[in-house]
Design a protein around this ligand. Sequence first.
Ligand code: ADP
Ligand code: MG
Length: 690
Amino acid sequence: MRPESLFPLFAPVGSLKGVGPRIAPALEKIAGPLVRDVLFLAPHNLIRRPRRSLAEVRPEETATLLVTIDEHLPPRSRQQPLRIRATDGAGRLDLVWFGNAARGLEARLPVGSRRWVSGKLERFGLDLQMVHPDYVVDEGRLADIPEVETVYPAGAGVTPRMVRRIVQSALGRVPDLPEWQDPAWKAGRGFPSWREAILALHAPEDEADLSPSSPARARLAYDELLAHQLAMAQRRAHRRAGSGAPLPPSGLADAVEAALPFRLTPDQRTALAEIRGDLASGQRMSRLLQGDVGSGKTVVAMLALADAAAAGAQGALMAPTEILARQHFETLAGPLEAQGIGVVLLTGRDRGAGRREKLEALASGTAAVAVGTHALFQEEVRFRRLSLAVIDEQHRFGVGERQRLLDKGEGVHLLSMSATPIPRTLELAAYGDLDVSRIVGKPPGRTPVATRAAPMTRLAEVEDRLVAAVLGGAQAFWICPLVSESELVDLKAAEQRALDLKARLGDRVGLVHGKLSGPEKDAVMGDFAAGRIKVLVATTVVEVGVNVPNATIMVIEQAERFGLAQLHQLRGRVGRGRAESACVLLYDPPLSDTAQKRLDILRRSDDGFAIAETDLELRGGGDALGLRQSGFPDYVFVDPFAHRDLILAAGDDARLVLARDPDFRTGRGQALRVLQALFDWRPETGMKGA
Ligand code: ADP
Ligand code: MG
């Protein structure tokens, strides 16, 4: 139940002064539906400061200036504006009004009078102009113009000024809430109270107040992190309290392992031991297995699935795409079936009698392992005794989707897998409710992929080399990015590239993209995997997991547009066999300094975790997309880079609280309930339920 002290914050935005039925939906889009969301909208800029002479201002800035009215230029037609020339000794400024707004101004601004004007400056020929100034006041009334003004995000139907007014009215509703932060910690950090922090958030006095490390913003970020860490720690405790089917390490899995044509790497061995520890414990496992593409996660999962089968239970391996599910099936079916473990592949393409047969095999238990796509958690799919769910590329599934699979059995163990490396510093925020195993080292026999960056101006040269290599028997990926707003435009670019290459290589070139149907995609991928196609031109559908060991060349166009983690993953498609592999990152020059450094990291390093860490530092946490792909929550106040030390502190804090006061009975515990209720707002971040 929501504490009464929060009621004013959980009122709809429509209850605020000046928010009518027209503004409310627009405001909801930029902030959210509640008064709280408006208060959580952080200003991102300060304007109107300092006042300078016209000699010092630039177009596009919002400034406050003292000027003398020089000349009136009335409109010569209905379409033309009233233009009032002004000067400040250093330069000239035209004040401009259109239509009705111009009415009466000539009388109010007589030639020779002096006025403070404030507004956004634009270039007008060689001079500057200010169209519809925000303020025009008499010389003695400077105080009427705010010295600094906060700038808020705005959207269609709401200007920054409207947002500011609405925020001001919401500030009247900020309650005093009980302090939930540990007093010593709060004092040590110099944090204000929650209420003071919200007020300060909206009253910045200088640039330092806008920084994520200002005391107010850091406090709010810590609150958000603590609420999230508590929720994750509780969820984890809850899962652990639930019993899991005991699945002890089995001779059957050992037999599967012994029959493999290779030996597990030390990291694989450690990960498997950690998983087996969980599976045998009688408690429910919630574990994430992290490792680069090709690091050998699937093999580890396979052995865990064999343990489930050996215990008379069933396991399911779910992948986000048809292609991946098929590859997993091909990897697993041989080794498992050789030991008498039945495996079925279930995807959206199964129909009719074939599908019924597979469903029957799962319902009766004759198949101990199911590999599939989203098809696995559909209503009609029943298991005789599902005890282990493995979810590949877990961030590609919603929390609800994962849960629907888990709900198909009792006490089902969860093994999530991710090939999107996340910096260690952020792991706690992204996966605080999971235990994490990492595979860092690669299987032996891989040669590092020689990576280089080249400007698009050298495209012809890159094509020549690719053609020569392909004629010599090599296989290659050519990735065209999804960059424009329109998928069609991107598709055209990819089609054109395929045509260019076909002109030289004929039928050896294939094209896959998101608009193809599952069977069409599979057909092309199948041809590529079988070597019938030598060059696969692709939009980013090959993003995850696809395994074609013969491919040794990867060309990525407009590489500067990709997140580093994604580039690293794409590069992971090659270098899977013993042959030398190459990756060419084509970019549109000129490259910014940061972009240059980012591409350089890829040339120097092959360690996904290290790459992710450096990327974070280089961009100062700016790679929102890349981070979200890797499962980092979409926080309001938290800046992944600036607040990384707070992430760790909040994790420790949450664990300590739950160890000492799991039911929130103490005074601080009561206050923490308020905190949790305050942030209990977006289920998709995993902060609620699930
Ligand atoms: P991931 O799921 O992490 O992308 P996979 O499990 O698909 O990686 O492994 C990639 C390839 O490496 C597969 O062909 C697999 O057979 C092979 N492989 C896995 N582990 C080893 C190992 N220890 N030694 C040699 N090859 C391995
Ligand atoms: Mg994989």
